[in-house]
Write a protein that binds this ligand. Structure first.
Ligand code: ADP
Ligand code: MG
Length: 299
């Protein structure tokens, strides 16, 4: 299978660079966010209502890079929109640093500054005359002074991989990938402790994807931030996250290190998901009786 080889090599390089998760580093796990018995039902008063998220409880640890996967409609976007108070639970609670985020609804803005959410296809929400103004929107709302806003806009642009020269351009004159970076920078400029990204690389070419992912990793490392990334790409998840949650029909179906989750290939496939190519190759070799050590590939 010579055509697989370049991919395998490229992927191994990425994996060797991947940082171990908190558990592997032996650090005591400390949740920054706790979701307790969360159910969300859209259109509750309609006869065909169904819960998009159904009785989910989970903990998200400080400094981890958590991946969320699941087929379309499994409730990923609905779940993450609760973590910064954009959606309110139908049932259940969300705790940030041990405090119920809805204990005082007037303070929900502060939660949104600390937990930054980048929507899917966020470039459709750019609206200012210049990229600079778009990125400055969040810090301005936080009531920061001009000097601090400027520092944050420039730092966020660097983290998001945007040239300074693009800041004075209209977002509408930028390429698709650049617009995406402006939108990501707009959230990073709030310097959130928790950065949530809903399919941040959707629709980008492979080079653009890897660029954005390495920018996200750089932000996480620099700020010791917690990152939560929804993705439909198993390859992307395998080489970036330290822990993974699989959603199915509004519930958490599996959770664990990518290696543990991907080893349950048949269950993933029955949920309409795929496993990374490299794991497929190794599992197939194992099924053929070849003695392979799955831990070698880290997934
Ligand atoms: P995912 O992000 O995994 O694709 P979503 O959270 O977007 O899943 O959707 C979960 C379920 O909730 C789906 O059945 C979807 O049709 C439904 N849903 C999502 N958003 C809304 C909404 N605003 N109003 C009504 N139903 C919705
Ligand atoms: Mg979604």
């Amino acid at each position: 299978m010579p055509f697989v080889l370049p991919w395998l090599l490229a992927s191994k390089n990425t994996l060797q660079q991947a940082r171990p998760g908190p558990r592997e580093r032996g650090i005591r796990l400390e949740p920054i966010i706790r979701v307790e018995g969360l159910t969300h039902t859209y259109g509750q008063d309609t006869p065909f209502c169904r819960s998009a998220v159904d009785g989910v409880s989970l903990e998200i640890y400080r400094g981890e890079f958590l991946g969320i996967i699941g087929h379309t409609g499994s409730g990923k976007s609905t779940l993450i929109q609760h973590l910064n108070g954009l959606l309110q639970p139908t049932v259940g609670k969300i705790y940030l640093d041990g405090r119920d985020i809805w204990a005082d609804p007037k303070k929900i803005r502060d939660v949104r500054f600390r937990v930054g959410l980048v929507f899917q296809y966020p470039e459709y929400q750019l609206f200012e005359e210049t990229a600079y103004k778009d990125i400055a929107f969040g810090p301005k709302n936080m009531g920061l002074d001009q000097g601090e806003i400027d520092r944050r806009v420039r730092a966020a642009a660097r983290f998001a991989g945007l040239d300074e020269g693009l800041l004075e351009k209209s977002p509408f004159d930028l390429s698709g990938g650049q617009k995406r970076r402006v939108a990501i920078a707009g959230v990073i400029a709030m310097e959130p402790d928790v950065l949530i990204l809903d399919e941040p690389t959707a629709g980008l070419d492979p080079v653009g994807r890897e660029g954005i992912l390495s920018n996200i990793r750089a932000y996480q490392a620099a700020k010791n931030a917690t990152v939560i990334m929804v993705s439909h790409s198993m390859e992307e998840i395998a080489s970036n996250v330290s822990r993974l949650i699989v959603m199915n029909h509004g519930k958490v179906a599996m959770t664990g290190a990518p290696r543990e989750v991907f080893a349950r290939a048949n269950e993933l496939i029955s949920m309409g998901l795929d496993i990374p190519q490299i794991t497929q190759v190794f599992l197939r070799l194992r099924d053929m009786g070849v003695g392979v050590d799955l831990s070698l590939i880290h997934i």
